[in-house]
Design a protein around this ligand. Structure first.
Ligand code: FES
Length: 260
């Protein structure tokens, strides 16, 4: 269950072009039961005029000292302010929010597919379920935007990297690289996070292979904890369209049920 807490910045540094990693001490939030895909909703400190909290991905947690690693991209004024926060700064956070990915004993081989800043939450999957066999498919804009590559190389048996401009790995879409790999090997499940066009392409590519998939939606949010309904998306479990709040009923949904 999420909690509103006063967290403390421990470290905050740039890890790629426009992308930062912030380690926070989570205060009274108990992150022992953190589920990959859950996120932190952070208020912009010292700027009461910026009313909206920013949903930030959690890429790893350390239950021993109750810290979490957050990865975010500068996308506007709020995240730009985050990038300048120094150690010991207190921040108002609601965390961990949402329903994350779930794996059972049945899924032994897992393909992780991420694009851009959507790569960040997939790292925590490998931490939560270390006994699975992973392959990662990571799509970056280019070499300068790549982050956490070493972490994925350590956690996954195979890592395939693509970039939009060809400066790192294969040039092109990460979903095309996945499509080529699926001809050789089929996982028990795919877990993905990235922009909607990437998720649409993923759905098209996976459909003929019959591989199940869960996706974490990067939806615009206002309150971030279920109070405003600005984040709704359509989901169809086979009994007609329902509307779900991505912040608390997601962000993770079945790829073949969520409306993209
Ligand atoms: Fe307000 Fe989801 S962002 S309900």
């Amino acid at each position: 269950m999420f909690k509103k807490v006063v967290a403390t910045v421990k470290e905050n540094s740039k890890i790629a072009a426009g992308i930062y990693k912030m380690i926070i001490a989570c205060g009274d939030a108990d992150i022992r039961h953190f589920v990959p895909g859950q996120f932190a909703d952070i208020a912009v400190p010292g700027h009461a005029e910026l009313l909206l909290r920013r949903p930030i991905s959690i890429s790893a947690v350390n239950p021993d000292n109750n810290t979490a690693a957050l990865i975010y991209q500068i996308q506007g004024k709020g995240t730009d302010i985050f990038s300048r926060l120094t150690p010991q700064t207190k921040i108002d956070a609601i965390m961990p929010v949402g329903r994350g990915f779930y794996l059972t004993a049945r899924e032994k081989t897992v393909f992780l597919v991420g694009g851009g800043v959507g790569i960040a939450p997939l790292l925590s999957v490998t931490q939560k379920w270390p006994s699975k066999t992973y392959e990662a498919f990571l799509g970056y804009k280019g070499r300068d935007y790549a982050y956490c590559l070493d972490d994925f190389e350590n956690a996954c048996g195979k890592v395939i990297v693509t970039s939009d401009d060809g400066t790192l790995g294969e040039k092109g879409f990460v979903t095309d690289a996945l499509g080529r790999r699926l001809i050789e090997a089929k996982p028990d499940i795919v877990l993905a996070c990235g922009p909607v066009p990437m998720l649409r392409a993923l759905k098209d590519i996976l459909s003929p292979f019959g591989v199940p998939a869960q996706v974490s939606m990067e939806q615009r949010m206002c309150c971030g904890f279920g109070a405003c309904a600005t984040c709704v998306c359509g989901v169809d479990h086979g009994e007609g369209l329902e509307y779900k709040k991505v912040c608390i009923e997601g962000p993770v949904f079945d790829l073949f049920e969520v409306v993209l």
